[in-house]
Design a protein around this ligand. Structure first.
Ligand SMILES: [Zn+2]
Length: 272
């Protein structure tokens, strides 16, 4: 295996890493969570799906992709009333991920893409990407893998809600790892919905996420009973080529010279 055909970051040796940097590979960082996913799914769902998506993109585009080991934990205290959930404070998560992206940038990789699988991490990986851009000479962007599957899901879905341990996630698990799904325990659940607010931040107007222990005894938001492996395959096969397209667009994205418009000298020694 050489740097052109190996897509798993940690499988390379350091001399091969120099080849991967020279080949201008895009480095993918999967981020997820270890959190309850209802009575029918394991706690690994978000990180398993984010990593699986990245590894499949790596298999299909090995010459231009390297996949880092995933970040398996995220912002999760709102799920803490359910046994097993692991919570990382947002400041710690951002700092930890930033150490990864800055290390990758330090070595000379110019394009880093965070592929997130846990909704509550979304504002955090956005900040990690921004801070990486501001603090390095590389570019870093973040994408929620599930956003690339919304259109396909809308074509096949039988239930309206796309949230958590729902028809979407359960279908993907049934496609990828059916032995990990206990469909006999799948039950639908909904959050509290008002005119402007909803307790699981699914309102288009208001950002608000309440403790899940306040509004559900199941830990499900959505209807997993409508999930099938066939739907999962359709969603999967929509996500993978779109993410490859995104990787190629990002890989070709120019890193232009900044132009400074100050008439006088700036204090470039200032560190934020
Ligand atoms: Zn999930």
């Amino acid at each position: 295996m050489d740097a052109a055909s190996e897509y798993r970051y940690q499988r390379l040796t350091w001399p091969q890493m120099n080849d991967a940097i020279a080949a201008k590979k895009v480095v993918l960082l999967p981020t997820g969570s270890t959190e309850q996913h209802g009575p029918h799914l394991p706690l690994e769902v978000d990180v398993f799906l984010a990593e699986s998506v990245c590894l499949e993109v790596g298999r299909r585009a090995a010459d231009r992709v390297l996949v880092l080991p995933p970040v398996s934990y995220g912002l999760n205290r709102h799920h803490i009333d359910f046994p097993g959930t692991i919570h990382i404070e947002p400041e710690a998560f951002i700092a930890f991920c930033l150490c990864i992206t800055k290390s990758v940038a330090y070595h000379g990789f110019e394009k880093i893409l965070i592929v997130n699988g846990h909704g509550s991490n979304a504002p955090l990986v956005d900040l990690v990407a921004r801070k990486t851009v501001l603090e390095t000479q590389s570019l870093c962007a973040a994408v929620n893998y599930f956003s690339l599957g919304v259109e396909a899901f809308n074509q096949v879905k039988d239930t309206p809600v796309m949230a958590h341990a729902d028809e979407f996630e359960t279908s993907l698990l049934l496609h990828l790892a059916p032995e990990r799904v206990q469909m006999d325990k799948a039950v639908a659940g909904n959050d509290v919905v008002g005119k402007y607010m909803s307790s699981d931040s699914t309102s288009p107007f208001v950002r608000f996420s309440d403790y899940w222990g306040r509004w559900t005894k199941l830990g499900v938001h959505g209807d997993p009973t409508a999930a099938t492996a066939e739907k999962g395959k359709i969603i999967w096969e929509a996500i993978i080529p779109r993410l490859i397209e995104l990787v190629d667009e990002f890989r070709a994205w120019p890193i232009a010279q900044r132009s400074d418009q100050h008439a006088g000298p700036v204090q470039s020694q200032i560190r934020w």
